[in-house]
Design a protein around this ligand. Structure first.
Ligand code: NAD
Length: 535
């Protein structure tokens, strides 16, 4: 990509037209088109799914799921493992498409949207057999003679997957891969902002899976709503506002949902932090994907003793970033307006812009911006900005920083920058964040063995790691009874002998002292044969 290619347009570049230019009659398929946020070039039309077609697609997916779930796990793993080569061999195609559709640099697209998927597929295909293995429940042979129990991890059935536009390849795959391996079917609706990347994801599985098992549906909130109506579980990644609507509908349908929502991630810089690593790390954590990352650093709390060295270094490094090469353009004009509003309000609330600032009206090229401020009661410090702004607040000490971090309604990830690692671990335990990183930030979403999760407004979903399987499977307990007795002790009829046994057992199991337990034991020895003879 040349700098020229990356030069953003100043018109209505990435506004997606979902206003439905009807292609096939008024109640059938619609087409939505969009322009690249990079240069305004036409990305070509994408056919949307009619919401009323979703139930039939879901039925087909369910039919395919039954047979898929019955296949041995190692067979499913062998099929999904083939996706890795397909994906890696199309690395350039993926990176280029995401670059054009989203506006992030090609390098970023290759590093974030291609390579981690190889780890993802390797991790899940290698571990799924063991992770799905059932466990045995042991029974007391006196109270429950002849009984044996097994807990299986059964697939949920049909997973409704609804995803955002900021990582349009990596995020869907983080659910599709384990969901299929666990024996589910998936109804996948990518964001209407990045439907082409969504289609590319589905294409990696083409010809490998039973027809309909992984079904792509395209469109906006109406199609997302139709997916929820059909699913057995919904895995949603997106904004807090939409997440709440999704959760309400799932509650009404009494189906579980996983919500990975927004963030207002903080970095805490202690006085002894390694200066150069910290400055570079904060820069990347705030500006990668133009800050359109749920784990983007949107607040820095720096201890006074290092602030005078750290802040000028961050400004210097920001100045060296090359627009369009190191930094992305914003993906949508809607997002650009939010970022502009937060910055303008922060300025009125006393924030000082050290470098950067809002672009011209109509441009998506928001420059990386560093801001110094004191007040917390401004949207830039409270709401998710999702843009390339690094707000810095100087604090007295770590205690002050922790209190400010935990005061947020969000709780996705937080980083601590210091040379005192043990101290950082102590601080981590006081943070209300799903992920804490010491001397690094945000990248662990790409690590398949590490749980990615949040608290509060960041949602309660869990992506990656064996914990994610709790969303994609349900425990099914199967009891096997080998007893040949005509009756169980507790079956009819209810008699005084049964009552004596019940009370004696209560005493024997701790309801009485030593002598009481001895007498209960004798009572039981006398009562059991009577009960077995039908009394
Ligand atoms: P969004 O909420 O606008 O849309 C997300 C998805 O929901 C899209 O596919 C959209 O079509 C669909 N949708 C919209 N209305 C719906 C409805 N009523 N029913 C069902 N589906 C509906 O979010 P976005 O702008 O695409 O994504 C950005 C947000 O995602 C940010 O808040 C970001 O922090 C968050 N995010 C979170 C994580 C995480 O892991 N926590 C990761 C990436 C992005």
């Amino acid at each position: 990509m040349s700098a020229d290619e990356a030069e953003p347009k100043t018109d209505e570049t990435s506004e997606t037209d979902t206003s439905a230019k009807r292609a096939d009659g008024p109640d059938k398929l619609s087409v939505f088109a969009a322009k690249s946020p990079l240069d305004g070039s036409d990305l070509g039309p994408v056919q949307a799914t009619a919401p009323e077609d979703v139930p039939a697609l879901a039925r087909k997916a369910r039919d395919a799921q039954q047979a898929w779930a019955n296949r041995p796990v190692h067979e499913r793993a062998a099929i999904i493992a083939k996706v890795k080569k397909r994906l890696l061999s199309r690395a350039e195609e993926i990176a280029t498409l995401v670059h054009r559709e989203c506006g992030k640099p090609v390098e970023e697209a290759a590093l974030a949207e291609v390579l981690p998927n190889a780890d993802l597929i390797e991790y899940w295909t290698a571990s799924i057999d063991e992770l799905l293995e059932g466990t045995t429940v042991e029974f007391d042979p006196v109270a429950y003679p002849g009984k044996l129990g097994r807990i299986h991890k059964a697939p949920r059935g049909l997973v409704g997957l609804i995803t955002p536009w900021n990582y349009p390849v990596a995020i869907p795959l983080r659910t599709i891969v384990p969901a299929l391996l666990a024996g589910n079917a998936v109804l996948f609706k990518p964001s209407e902002v990045t439907p082409r990347s969504g289609a590319l994801v589905a294409s990696f599985f083409e010809g490998l899976l039973p027809e309909g098992l992984l079904t792509l549906v395209q469109g906006g909130g109406d199609v997302g709503g139709a997916v929820i109506e059909e699913a057995d579980v919904v895995v949603f990644t997106g904004s807090v506002a939409t997440g709440k609507r999704v959760a309400v509908r799932c509650a009404e349908r009494l189906i579980p949902c996983s919500l990975e929502l927004g963030g207002k991630d903080a970095a805490i810089v202690l006085a002894d932090a390694p200066l150069e690593r910290t400055a570079n790390g904060l820069l990347w954590g705030a500006f990668t994907n133009a800050g359109q990352n749920c784990a983007s650093i949107e607040r820095v709390y720096v201890e006074r003793a290092i602030a005078d060295k750290l802040i000028p270094r961050i400004v210097e490094l920001t100045k060296a970033l090359r627009p369009g090469l190191d930094t992305a353009v914003l993906t949508t004009m809607k997002q650009c307006d939010i970022v502009r509003r937060h910055l303008t309000q922060a300025q009125s609330d006393g924030a000082e812009i050290l470098i950067g600032g809002s672009p011209e009206e109509g441009s998506l090229a928001f420059a990386p911006t560093v801001v110094k401020l004191e007040r917390e009661d401004t949207p830039l410090m409270r709401e998710e900005t999702f843009g390339p702004i690094l707000p810095i607040v100087v604090v007295d000490d770590a205690k002050d920083a922790i209190a400010r971090v935990n005061a947020s309604t969000f709780g996705l990830t937080t980083s601590i920058w210091t040379r005192r690692i043990n101290h950082a671990h102590d601080l981590a335990r006081t943070l209300r964040s799903g992920v804490v990183t010491i001397n690094n930030h945000g990248f662990t979403a790409a690590v398949p063995a590490a749980p990615w999760t949040g608290t509060g407004d960041s949602g309660y979903g869990i992506t990656n790691s064996p914990f994610a399987l709790a969303e994609l499977t349900r425990p099914q307990f199967v009891l096997e009874d080998r007893s040949r007795a005509a009756k169980e002790l507790w079956w009819y009829p209810y008699t005084p002998v049964l009552r004596t046994i019940a009370y004696a057992m209560a005493r024997l199991r701790g309801g009485a002292g030593f002598m009481g337990r001895i007498s209960a034991l004798f009572q039981l020895i006398a009562a059991f044969p009577k009960r077995l003879s039908g009394k």
